[in-house]
Design a protein around this ligand. Structure first.
Ligand code: SF4
Length: 429
């Protein structure tokens, strides 16, 4: 048995786990194929974040079963919903995210194996997934909170941070391969290091990487929970002053209403969140402040929803990831009185209009400016490419292969609520 097929769903942590599995299988002499029909073993690395995602995963597992091959269900669904996976595919092996490195045991066993316990191995970092000139490094897994709506907590419970030394080495390897953007990802990057000896913080990690790895690259720091970001904010803002850190802050507020935040079991108030936003904007006025909002969480009445809309209008976030609350099993919010679906839908479309209006206004303010952008990504069909400004605003440019990985001087000629459109003035080598 030498050929495997793998498909991945979910976030960058899930992509990381797939990378761990690919690394283990490739090192053992297996060949990856793109067609499940040609493989000896099929691996589906799943996500469980929402109910509709779960339905999709179940459908896909059923489809993969029809190939009659050895099947491994890995990832968050296997860890958080093993009973469901067992019902859908009784013969499948199951692998939690933390056991991704043990994929060979599942692949080579004669029967099905269930590897759902045990901790994340943090003594090595496999080669990072690289797309175009962008790579992702998982700096930590796990989160110290217990939000009422979150199922990721069930799948990636324990805080495990990678040693700064390993992350420095990984960044150094990527930069020497020509990678220009390195994304530090985790379930809560602000929790980084609290489980390590000496408790290095995220700010310490970033400073260490910047000091030890020379080169013209950019770091993009992933999601931080407000209460932990607050604790390290001064040092973090200092670390951001290096030009190699994108002025991009992803700090989810989830609701603009204190009572809903309390029900969600979030550990900050709206005023505290505003304080963070004020501090960030005072230091980096043009930064991109991205946030996540859930509408229709149990306990959200009309007034609470209006408070969220008010907060969005007041803080004018550059980016908002908006989601309708989705009930997940084994979470506290699942046992609460639910907001009806039509109400969730209506609130979601109302808030989306506000978000788009603000996004468009923010982006349109850039039209007419001449900027410098780092070009790091191709578009889906290869018709255009995307560069990033210092604040991580995306700017779409007509495709030109030689621009990939370069700096470009660009005139901003148009904008949407989501991105900027540019005309190339010159490439900077
Ligand atoms: S951590 Fe969350 S988003 Fe990422 S794969 Fe798991 S359930 Fe999906």
């Amino acid at each position: 048995m030498k050929r495997y097929y793998i498909e991945t769903y979910g976030c960058s942590l899930s992509e990381y786990d797939s990378q761990v599995m690919k690394h283990a299988l490739d090192s053992a002499g297996y060949t990856r194929v793109d067609d499940p029909g040609e493989a000896d073993v099929l691996i589906i690395n799943t996500c469980a974040v929402r109910l509709d995602t779960e339905y999709r995963m179940v459908d896909r597992i059923k489809q993969l079963r029809t190939h009659g091959k050895k099947l491994i269900v890995a990832g968050c669904l296997a860890r958080a919903r093993p009973g469901l996976v067992k019902r859908v595919a009784p013969e499948a092996s199951m692998l939690s995210p933390q056991n991704a490195h043990r994929v060979l045991e599942a692949v080579e066993s004669s029967g099905s194996v269930v590897l759902l316990t045990g901790s994340r191995r943090t003594d090595f970092i496999p080669p990072s997934p690289v797309k175009d000139r962008v790579a992702t490094i998982m700096i930590e897994e796990g989160c110290l909170n217990n939000c009422s709506f979150c199922i990721s907590k069930l799948a990636r419970r324990e805080l495990k941070s990678f040693q700064p030394r390993l992350i420095v080495e990984a960044v150094s390897r990527l930069v020497s391969r020509g990678v220009r953007e390195i994304r530090f990802t985790g379930l809560d990057t602000a929790a980084y290091g609290r489980d390590l000896p000496g408790k290095p913080t995220l700010a310490d990690l970033v400073s260490m990487v910047l000091e030890k790895v020379e080169g013209d690259y950019r770091i993009r720091i992933g999601m931080m929970t407000p209460e932990l970001a607050m604790e390290i904010l001064d040092d973090l803002l200092d670390a951001y002053s290096d030009e190699r850190v994108y002025k991009f802050f992803h700090i989810p507020v989830q609701s603009g209403d204190d009572e809903v935040l309390r029900i969600m079991n979030r550990r900050y108030t709206v005023d505290e969140f505003k304080w963070i936003h004020r501090r960030v904007k005072a230091r980096y006025p043009e930064s991109m402040f991205a946030t996540d909002i859930i509408v229709g969480h149990p306990g959200e009445d009309e007034q609470a929803f209006n408070n969220t809309v008010k907060l969005v209008r007041e803080l004018e976030f550059e980016r908002v990831h908006l989601a309708q609350y989705s009930m997940r099993p084994h979470t506290r919010a699942a046992a609460m009185k639910q907001v009806p679906d039509p109400v969730k839908k209506e609130r979601s479309s109302l808030l989306m209009k506000v978000i788009e209006e603000i996004g468009l206004r923010k982006h349109e303010a850039y039209i007419g400016r001449r900027v410098k952008a780092l070009v790091t990504e191709r578009s889906f069909r290869g018709w255009s490419m995307t560069g990033r400004l210092d604040n991580y605003f995306p700017i779409v440019l007509p495709y030109r292969e030689d621009l990939m990985g370069s700096w470009a001087i660009v005139d901003i000629v148009d904008a949407s609520f989501f991105d900027l459109r540019g005309r190339l003035v010159e490439a900077v080598v």
